[in-house]
Design a protein around this ligand. Structure first.
Ligand code: UD1
Ligand code: CA
Length: 489
């Protein structure tokens, strides 16, 4: 049975997670707290919270917050995790000191870094199990990096065992220690009782004048407590984001991971390095994603679709067999099966595009229902409109939905035909099967099966142009200049 503080043999150990998230992130030179900087479409801290809450219930997860605490709390509060306030940030060791009361009911605490978002639930669980198996007071996760600069280095007691004598921070390390490529990943498991017996021995006499949590390794080792290390194979998981360059590297890793997951599910991604796909996006098999596509937020794309280059799809749902041609922008839109969009369509929130419908070149939609098989193929604005099935919306049609104060609805019933360059001044209704002549301005309802013409009658003046040309010719007849005259004279 693992050593587990106050738990008895029949009770599993009580385990908490503490996430260090109180720091400012000085190296980012940003007003935004470090843990709220985004990678993979979500704040750093949201990734760490998601991994933690897949290992333990949110009620056992404690985020230690300080810099811009309100803002940080607001970002992850919906997950149900707890918060501990570290109002002055005096170092990673100090962060755990302030969490003492919150953690005292637990036997073990897993410590995660709020700025290292690639950590997986599997690795957290393996680290915990290793700690319990090893009966350790402190277990740390390490990785071998080609370039260990900036990280704390792991000093083992011997080559063969997994016991640790100390962790040395980069700034305090000797030249020989800096050559060590095994780094402290910043993830630990502590026996809570031992941690709080010895944490008072931390001192802030170091180049940063901070209480380093990493010094607990040396302190516990000297006190004959067991400190062990488990080295992960996948060094990418431990990357921390301290600078914008590191944020970019982590974002890239995360995007790549997502693309390969999708490809394993049967999605074709032609040029994954160029596509930006957020972690929560779902895409069905046999869908093809062309280069330079962004699929963001909670978007869902069915199977057998094709998304052509330079399209950006955010928080939208797309059915099976949909073609999204080049350069479309979708935000909060719903597109039913077999519809075709673009090139260059802009679907704004609450655009519901029906099955097999077409939305084409430079068409903007907002709060619209476009029925099954209906078409709006060119240069059109459809806002606050209910459009039935089998409707043809001609090029350049505009729904005039806004009177400067209120929005009004345009209704176009099944099978209607709206001629090109029509303006529909809402509130207005075009009845089932009706025709609206091209270039009409429709201000009154059109009953079913009628033809509406809302344009000035055409006037034709025969011969007018010929006469005009003739009279202009007379007027602009050039004066004859004597031969050899130059214009400078
Ligand atoms: C830390 C480790 C280093 C390790 C690296 C791995 C220490 C002293 N060093 O360095 O050995 O290689 O992580 O990424 O721990 N934080 C607080 N309160 C504070 C200070 C920091 O909550 O008072 C939080 C930060 O917001 C951050 C985390 O702790 O999320 C780590 O702090 P950071 O300053 O990034 O430590 P590193 O210099 O990266
Ligand atoms: Ca860090």
């Amino acid at each position: 049975m693992a050593k587990s503080g106050n738990s008895s043999a029949s009770n599993p150990p009580r385990v908490a997670v503490a996430i260090l998230a109180a720091g400012k992130g000085t190296r980012l030179k940003s007003k935004l707290p470090k843990v709220l900087h985004e990678v993979g479409g979500k704040p750093l801290l949201a990734h760490v919270v998601a991994a933690a809450t897949r290992v333990l219930p949110a009620s056992d997860v404690f985020a230690i917050i300080g810099y811009e605490a309100g803002r940080v709390r607001g970002t992850v509060a919906h997950t149900g995790v707890n918060f501990v306030l570290q109002s002055e940030q005096k170092g990673t060791g100090h962060a755990l000191k302030v969490a003492r009361e919150a953690l005292s009911p637990y036997d073990h605490v897993i410590v995660l870094s709020g700025d290292a978002p690639l950590i997986t639930p599997q690795t957290i669980a393996r680290l915990l199990n290793f700690h319990l198996d090893q009966h350790a007071a402190m277990t740390l996760l390490s990785a071998e990096l080609d370039n260990p600069t900036g990280y704390g280095r792991v000093i083992r007691t011997g080559r063969r065992n997994n016991e640790v004598r100390a962790i040395v921070e980069e700034k305090s390390a000797s030249a020989a220690q800096r050559k060590i490529r095994e780094i402290n990943a910043g993830f630990y498991v502590f026996d809570v009782a031992e941690l709080f017996v010895y944490i008072k021995e931390l001192s802030a006499v170091n180049p940063h004048s901070e209480y380093y949590l990493t010094d607990m390794a040396g302190i516990l080792c000297k006190a004959k407590q067991r400190v062990v290390v488990w080295k992960t194979e996948d060094a990418r998981e431990v990357l921390g984001a301290n600078t914008h360059a590191e944020l970019a590297i982590i974002d890239h890793q995360m995007r790549a991971r997502k693309c390969y997951e999708l490809m394993a599910e049967g999605v074709s991604i032609f040029y994954p390095g160029s596509c930006v796909i957020d972690g929560d996006v779902a895409i069905g098999a046999d869908t093809v994603i062309e280069p330079y596509v962004q699929i963001l937020g909670k978007s869902r794309i069915g199977s057998g679709c094709r998304v052509r280059s330079y399209s950006v799809i955010r928080d939208s749902e797309i059915g099976d067999g949909v073609l999204v041609r080049n350069g479309c922008i979708l935000e909060g839109a719903r597109v039913a099966a077999d519809a075709a969009l673009g090139p260059y369509s802009h679907l704004r929130p609450d655009s519901h595009i029906g099955e097999g419908a077409h939305v084409g070149n430079f068409v903007e939609t907002k709060k619209v229902k476009l029925g099954k098989g209906s078409k709006a193929n060119h240069l059109t604005y459809l806002g606050d409109a209910e459009i039935g099935e089998g409707v043809n919306v001609g090029a350049g049609t505009i729904t005039c939905n806004y009177d400067g104060v209120h929005k009004h609805t345009t209704t176009i019933e099944d099978g209607a035909f709206i001629g090109s360059d029509t303006t529909l001044v809402a509130p207005v209704r075009v009845g089932k099967g009706s025709y609206v002549g091209a270039a009409s301005c429709i201000t009154h309802d059109v009953p079913e099966d009628s033809l509406a013409l809302g344009r000035a009658p055409q006037v034709v003046k025969e011969g007018w142009a010929r006469n005009r040309r003739a009279s202009r010719k007379e007027m602009i007849q050039p004066k004859k200049l004597p031969r050899g005259t130059s214009f400078e004279e």
